[in-house]
Design a binder for this molecule. Structure first.
Ligand SMILES: [Fe+2]
Ligand SMILES: [Fe+2]
Length: 178
């Protein structure tokens, strides 16, 4: 017997007319919305902490004339900011509120804010933070599965960039240790 894969058109049309104020969130939304919003807010906090740490590293590295490393820090800071914006937009789309409060930011964040003593230290701390992000995004992606494919795909894109960041940082460490 063929698998029934689509609700009949009449039901689909009727359902769509109900609760139109919910916008993109329809009756067919399969994930637990409150949980998804909570984990996206944790991801948002993580990205904000990463922006702050990379900015600190950028300005400190600029001071010690490590121009190419500083540029890399700046690029990462900007990319983390882009991730934060994407995540905040998705939270709103899901009917939630993005938490930008500085209060409790470090508790919500998975990654830490470590200033680092010197250039090698900074790079190592950034690498640790990226590795934390890689693992937590992986878990979120597996949790979402097919229940919220839009959030999942967004996180997959972000994860791929965190992997690039980690790879860049390992390369920078290798160069410095030569
Ligand atoms: Fe990021
Ligand atoms: Fe990153």
């Amino acid at each position: 017997m063929a698998k029934e894969f689509l609700t009949d058109v009449k039901t689909l049309r009727a359902r769509a007319r109900k609760h139109i104020e919910k916008g993109a969130v329809t009756e067919g939304y399969r994930a637990d919305r409150a949980t998804v919003i909570r984990i996206l807010n944790e991801a948002l906090a993580t990205e904000i902490v990463c922006v702050l740490r990379y900015k600190r590293h950028y300005f400190m590295a600029s001071g010690i004339n490590a121009t190419s490393v500083a540029q890399e820090f700046l690029q990462h800071a900007n990319e983390e900011q882009g991730h934060a914006d994407q995540i905040a937009a998705r939270i709103v789309q899901l009917g939630g509120e993005p938490n930008f409060s500085p209060e409790g930011l470090l508790t919500r964040s998975h990654a830490e804010y470590v200033e680092g003593e010197d250039l090698v230290d900074m790079i190592k701390e950034d690498l640790v933070a990226e590795r934390i992000a890689i693992d937590s995004y992986g878990e979120m992606i597996r949790y979402l599965g097919n229940d919220d494919p839009t959030s999942r795909r967004m996180l997959e894109g972000i994860l791929a960039m965190e992997e690039e960041h980690a790879d860049d940082l390992v390369g920078m460490l290798d160069d410095l240790e030569k």
